[in-house]
Design a protein around this ligand. Structure first.
Ligand SMILES: *[C@@H]1O[C@H](CO)[C@@H](O)[C@H](O)[C@H]1NC(C)=O
Ligand SMILES: *[C@@H]1O[C@H](CO)[C@@H](O)[C@H](O)[C@H]1NC(C)=O
Ligand SMILES: *[C@@H]1O[C@H](CO)[C@@H](O)[C@H](O)[C@H]1NC(C)=O
Ligand SMILES: *[C@@H]1O[C@H](CO)[C@@H](O)[C@H](O)[C@H]1NC(C)=O
Ligand SMILES: *[C@@H]1O[C@H](CO)[C@@H](O)[C@H](O)[C@H]1NC(C)=O
Ligand SMILES: *[C@@H]1O[C@H](CO)[C@@H](O)[C@H](O)[C@H]1NC(C)=O
Length: 556
């Protein structure tokens, strides 16, 4: 199957390029970037239908038009247009084999990228200018990507509401009364509204999967150790992962491979865990591999990851998942009901989560690194959390207070790590006992929560976060349309695999989303924005006036 072969795409594009060069005309029509993919952009570039500057300008125009409604962007990259011009120069010489050539990317604002502050959405870090790119960002740039800007996140990636002191509240593009999930909610909202082609996120418990679920997108949380986490504001050594979000599976697969091509990085010792054959697979961003048939597949469905109490918030999720199971079964797959008591997401979170033991030490190490500006920046966890320059939702007081006095030297940390090993063993046994290819469940037991809620309740991400398992999240359906949500509210499904089964998961996701195609663009931003010409990248400022009163600036 040719599905995940960026190289074949580039070969096609090169052929089109020589065709276009022979006609030697530049069409310059308005290229429609709504729902654009790597392939459609490459076709436009290599047939000379559009320049890289046209393409980047078109995305900037959409951001100017629609970002004031959803408030997903913290800052644009002032260099984005000059990078586009450099790529246009390379295009004129035909030197364009990079898999992400001229693909606009938005980074969650906890990734270090030279030339922009890494704020974590936190006012205390407004002046945190990195000296070097995170290795994952460097890999994106080396693959030809245009870093278009930074997206809002939940303050320091600690919750799933996507509200921050520096970025304000991001709004769900499908229902403006709801949050976009989180913590990578700015990326989710922005990619859903076609502000860029792809985006990045981080995930300590749910944060790549909740925004994908709430914005009708695909995301990948890779196996622990596949992608180096260095150069990204950390939360937890055990639980953190980096990964991409995209509107199509092809794009998701390309970006995952580019980010994984960083390989072993001594600054993140978990990357030493990847077997050599896995490393070899990603060295040149190549592609996948199996083409299993759904008919032969066995999926475990986690009954404990549903909320069986009927309500307007839970029933749409159970109905969408019920329909999904019927479709899979009708296509010949076997779905096994897994009802073991182990699979209780709130129970696992309450007993085994280790973030508060690891957070202070990791943040201290990140803040101790040199940074590139004379602007003041807190030098430690303690200085940051006594600055008052951060936002706290009520339940975070307890989290930060616990993090102040906890460390990886605590005996309860060792007990939790043993419990995580036991959970990992139990999960492997569930796969083996039931001969499963993957495990499926809704990302969230209920619809993504309303603006102003106390927390992003009902999410199921903890199982993969603690066990380091890979998960692809796919759009599974929508709730019934209402006045507030003209298309309905997006609902996403997690597909969790054995360690290092990224390729298999992408192929399963491909088969399922071909069988049940779901993704739709949000209605509010569905009109094409007329092309605009820019002398320089405009300044986009986040709206902090919309922060719900329930979330004060911090005093711990
Ligand atoms: C093509 O571009 C890359 C990246 O800028 C550069 O390293 C390489 O030398 C170029 N190759 C040719 C043949 O110009
Ligand atoms: C791996 O790195 C983490 C974070 O820097 C550190 O806490 C841990 O001790 C390291 N593990 C080993 C075995 O070196
Ligand atoms: C299940 O859903 C009901 C109805 O929305 C809600 O009241 C309850 O808190 C939920 N239970 C859990 C464990 O999330
Ligand atoms: C799965 O098993 C549990 C426990 O036996 C049961 O309550 C539930 O209804 C079953 N779910 C399905 C979809 O059959
Ligand atoms: C799951 O765990 C929570 C929190 O520990 C507990 O309150 C709840 O009763 C458990 N649910 C089931 C079905 O056992
Ligand atoms: C993990 O499993 C071992 C062996 O069954 C058991 O002795 C231990 O108490 C378990 N630890 C935790 C934290 O669950």
């Amino acid at each position: 199957m040719a599905h995940f072969r960026p190289t074949s795409l580039v070969i096609l594009a090169m052929a089109l390029l020589s065709l276009a060069q022979s006609t030697a005309s530049v069409l310059n029509g308005p290229f429609d970037v709504r729902e654009a993919s790597i392939e459609t952009i490459h076709n436009a570039l290599f047939t000379r239908f559009a320049t890289c500057r046209n393409i980047v300008s078109s995305f900037i125009a959409r951001i100017e038009e629609y970002n004031p409604t959803i408030n997903a962007i913290i800052a644009l990259n002032p260099e984005a247009l000059s990078v586009a011009d450099q790529l246009d120069d390379r295009l004129s010489t035909g030197n364009v084999t990079d898999p992400l050539f001229c693909i606009p990317v938005l980074l969650k604002d906890n990734y270090d990228a030279v030339g922009m502050a890494t704020t974590g959405g936190c006012r205390a870090l407004a002046g945190n200018m990195p000296e070097v790119d995170a290795p994952s960002v460097r890999a994106l740039k080396n693959a030809g990507a245009v870093i278009l800007g930074k997206t809002n996140l939940h303050e320091l990636a600690l919750e799933g509401l996507s509200v921050s002191s520096l970025g304000g509240q991001t709004i769900n593009p499908y229902d403006h009364t709801r949050t976009p999930g989180g913590s990578s909610g700015g990326t989710g909202a922005a990619i859903a509204a076609s502000f860029a082609v792809i985006g990045t996120g981080t995930d300590t418990v749910n944060s790549l999967r909740s925004p994908a679920s709430a914005n009708s997108l695909f995301s990948f949380r890779p196996t622990r150790g596949l992608i180096s986490r260095s150069g990204v504001i950390p939360v937890s050594f055990t639980q953190d992962a980096l990964g991409p979000m995209a509107r199509t599976l092809d794009d998701l697969a390309v970006v995952l491979a580019v980010m994984a091509s960083v390989g072993y990085d001594s600054a993140d010792n978990a990357t030493a865990l990847a077997p050599p054959e896995v490393r070899a697979r990603y060295r040149d961003h190549p592609a996948s591999l199996f083409s299993p048939n759904l008919k032969d597949m066995r999926f475990g469905l986690l009954d404990g990851f549903f909320n069986h109490t009927a309500s307007p918030e839970t029933s749409p999720v159970s109905e969408v998942m019920g329909n999904m199971v019927s479709r899979l079964t009708a296509a010949g797959a076997t779905v096994v009901n897994i009802s073991e008591a182990t699979y209780n997401a709130s129970g696992i979170s309450a007993t085994l989560d280790v973030q508060t033991y690891e957070y202070r030490e990791l943040l201290d190490a990140y803040l101790a690194k040199p940074h590139a500006s004379s602007a003041s920046r807190p030098a430690s966890f303690n200085k940051l959390y006594t600055s008052g320059e951060f936002l706290v939702i009520p339940r975070q007081y307890a989290y930060i207070k616990t993090a102040f006095r906890s460390s990886t030297g605590d005996t309860s940390y060792a007990t939790n790590q043993q419990g995580i090993q036991n959970l990992t063993q139990a999960l492997a046994a569930t796969f083996a006992n039931n001969d499963l290819d993957a495990i499926i469940y809704p990302e969230q037991k209920n619809l993504v929560v309303k603006l102003g809620s106390a927390s992003q309740s009902g999410r199921n991400g903890i199982l993969a976060a603690l066990t380091g398992s890979p998960v692809v999240t796919i759009p599974a359906g929508f709730s019934t349309p209402t006045d507030e949500a003209p298309l309905g509210i997006p609902i996403g499904m997690e597909i969790l695999g054995r360690p290092w089964s990224e390729d298999l998961l992408l192929d399963i996701a491909r088969h399922i989303s071909d069988l049940v195609p779901v993704r739709r663009m949000p209605e509010f931003s569905s009109t094409m924005v007329e092309p605009r010409t820019y002398e320089s990248v405009p300044v986009v400022r986040p709206n902090t006036e919309n922060i719900p009163l329930a979330y004060p600036l911090g005093v711990i």
